[in-house]
Design a protein around this ligand. Structure first.
Ligand code: NDP
Length: 335
């Protein structure tokens, strides 16, 4: 369908992935970008051939041709920008974490629902061909009854992202809002259930200033499947991945917790070890295509607003558990 976008935030993620993913869709175009700085707005618009550079949200939202906005500012800005976009009748694709609190995230999602607008969360991992192939093995019964899942997402934060993530809790910095939310969404995607309770430990090892830069947690799932998750900004050589173990087999997915369509999946059963093929395509293009379809009334976004509320609820419980040194029940604010 024809869709005109406004970019709220002159961000790295939009530059590296989302602008290209929007332009890869038939009849999609970017009409304007918003930055809080005139200089950055103009430079970003020129660099990415975006026709309009705005510094006032109201000006961007008043552009009648804009159907949808992509919000990729720092995390403390998402709530008010999303609520304003919804009030202006725009569909919203919002970056994770949706907000600084679960209650705020829920307000955003409820407002879009009341307004009859599509609201999506940019959890790209569930879009990946590798994750979809690994999930299909479980659905096809290849590993029998699932017993446990382990997520490895301890990476080295790239030099060019070492800003607010490392030293600004008020902007939503820290590894838990940044990466644990993605892992929470990935676990929910694989297991089709929501953790009830978490227990966690975190450290701020020096790279993070006033925010956690590494965290490990264990989650209680309603089915009894055991889940363990590890996120970090400080691990140069750990690689990423996940393992899912069942009564009849195990899945080892290596280097798959990434923005790129890369990694390997190995299935181990009584018959031996086999490489699992998967379809390799751009994860962000998949998300924007699903968003386009949802706006035209076909299906739902790859990750919708409720997915974003739930991933945030899990991450916030992990953070509270690490800070208070006790198990925390996940509060989904009624979702
Ligand atoms: P950036 O730091 O690149 O951009 C965030 C904001 O920082 C921009 O909106 C911009 O403000 C401001 N900014 C950018 N450059 C400068 C500068 N030189 N001086 C001062 N301010 C500057 O963030 P990311 O792109 O890494 O992340 C943005 C959002 O996207 C976050 O919510 C993050 O969690 C999410 N994200 C999601 C990913 C995914 O795969 N789903 C991956 C990476 C990030 P302004 O707009 O006012 O110019």
């Amino acid at each position: 369908m024809a869709m005109r976008w406004g970019l709220i935030g002159a961000s790295t993620i939009a530059a590296e992935h989302v602008i290209g993913a929007i332009r890869a869709q038939k009849d999609n175009a970017i009409s304007a970008v918003l930055s809080s700085s005139r200089e950055r707005a103009d430079a970003y618009a020129a660099r990415h051939a975006i026709p309009n550079a705005d510094t006032e949200l109201a000006v961007l939202l008043a552009r009648p041709e804009i159907d949808a906005v992509y919000i990729s500012t720092t995390n403390e800005k998402h709530r008010d920008q999303a609520l304003a976009a919804i009030a202006a009748g725009k569909h919203v694709l919002c970056e994770k974490p949706l907000a600084m609190s679960v209650a705020d995230a829920r307000r955003m999602v409820d407002a879009a629902r009341k307004a009859g607008l599509v609201f999506a969360t940019n959890h790209h991992l569930r879009c990946s061909g590798a994750h979809r192939a690994a999930k299909a093995l479980i659905a096809g019964g290849r590993i029998g009854k699932v017993l446990s899942m382990r997520v490895f997402h301890a990476v080295l934060l790239p030099e060019h992202l070492r800003g607010w993530r490392l030293d600004n809790p008020a902007a939503g910095g820290g590894v838990i809002p940044d990466i644990t939310v993605h892992d929470a969404d990935t676990v929910r995607f694989y297991l089709d259930e929501d953790p009830k309770r978490v227990v966690a430990q975190a450290v701020s090892s020096g790279l993070g200033q006033g925010v956690e830069d590494s965290v490990m947690s264990v989650w209680t799932m309603p089915s009894g499947v055991m889940v363990q998750s590890h996120e970090s900004f400080t691990h140069p050589f750990a690689g990423s991945g996940l393992e899912i173990h069942g009564t009849e087999g195990s899945i080892f997915a290596r280097n798959v917790m990434t923005q790129l369509p890369t990694g390997t999946i190995t299935l181990v059963t009584a018959e031996g070890e086999a490489d699992v093929p998967y379809e390799s395509y751009n994860l962000y293009e998949y998300a924007i295509a699903a968003f386009n379809r949802a706006v035209s009334g076909e299906g739902r976004p790859a990750a919708d607003g409720i997915d974003g509320v739930k991933s945030l609820a899990i991450a916030m419980a992990v953070r509270q558990s690490a800070r208070e040194g006790r198990a925390i029940d996940v509060d989904y604010e009624g979702y």
